[in-house]
Design a binder for this molecule. Structure first.
Ligand SMILES: C[S@@+](CC[C@H](N)C(=O)[O-])C[C@H]1O[C@@H](n2cnc3c(N)ncnc32)[C@H](O)[C@@H]1O
Length: 227
């Protein structure tokens, strides 16, 4: 298994809740040579808990990679799924070989019924139009390109798709993670700092070291109704 995956196990609260099959497939993903880049244990524990405690049914993820976080989100959604109120995870990525791998892992875990894969970039017109038609979402989780300009666009496009009292979560929202910006323009944190003052309906929470264990940080915005 990947050493980072092994180190994440004691911090992964969701492991207590995952089905036996999901856990088995997750450990397979943890041994995949392309595991690197998967979301950290704190983030995934938080998101799993939110889906469960808020009994969410509609979740959107930007950045599937090989399906590590998609599998955890889908396992939580499988438990809220019912025939009168079906649960679904929409997960978007332009990297087709990795998305194919993700499809295979999700199928192996028996979670295909609650996952809809969307091939393309978060900012592609067809992708945006498709997802706008599925809104509003209970939770949108962004862990995609990490560049400032794309993150700014994603905030502009996807915040309106979050339902009232729903959540927007962003990975890699720390100052440290600004170094992941391929264009070196300030990354996710710059986009958030500029966007928050423009979004008075967003209650913003930054999870940061030393309290937050992962140096990449985690952002959670809740949509409040403005009076
Ligand atoms: C850090 S990985 C995501 C890891 C995933 N959240 C997990 O926990 O396994 C980032 C992913 O974002 C994808 N990506 C890059 N630009 C994107 C965009 N504009 N829209 C959607 N996904 C994008 C990459 O192809 C890559 O698969």
């Amino acid at each position: 298994m990947d050493p980072d995956y092994v180190n994440s196990i004691p911090l992964s609260t969701y492991r207590f809740a995952l089905s036996k099959k999901s856990l088995q497939v997750l450990d397979e993903i943890g041994s995949d040579p392309e595991y690197g880049g998967a979301s950290d244990a704190g983030t995934m524990s938080m998101l799993y808990t939110l889906i469960h405690c808020c009994q969410m049914h509609r979740v959107l993820q930007l950045g599937t990679w090989i399906g590590f976080s998609a599998l955890i989100l889908a396992d939580a959604l499988m438990k809220t799924n019912d025939e009168n109120n079906p649960s679904v995870l929409y997960t978007v990525d332009p990297a087709i070989p990795q998305a194919m791998k993700a499809r295979a892992y999700i199928e192996e875990a028996g979670l295909s019924g609650v996952v809809h894969f969307v091939d393309g970039k978060s900012t592609d017109r067809e992708v945006v139009e498709f997802l706008e038609a599925k809104a509003p979402c209970d939770l949108i989780y962004i862990d995609s390109y990490h560049g400032y300009s794309v993150a700014r666009e994603e905030l502009r496009i996807y915040w309106p798709l979050v339902r009232f009292h729903g959540f927007l979560a962003l990975h890699d929202s720390s100052e440290f993670a600004a170094s992941f910006d391929p264009e070196n323009e300030g990354g996710v944190i710059r986009a958030l700092k500029e966007w928050i003052p423009l979004a008075p309906d967003c209650e913003a929470l930054f999870m940061r070291q030393p309290v937050w264990q992962n140096p990449c940080g985690f952002f959670l915005g809740t949509k409040k109704e403005l009076s």
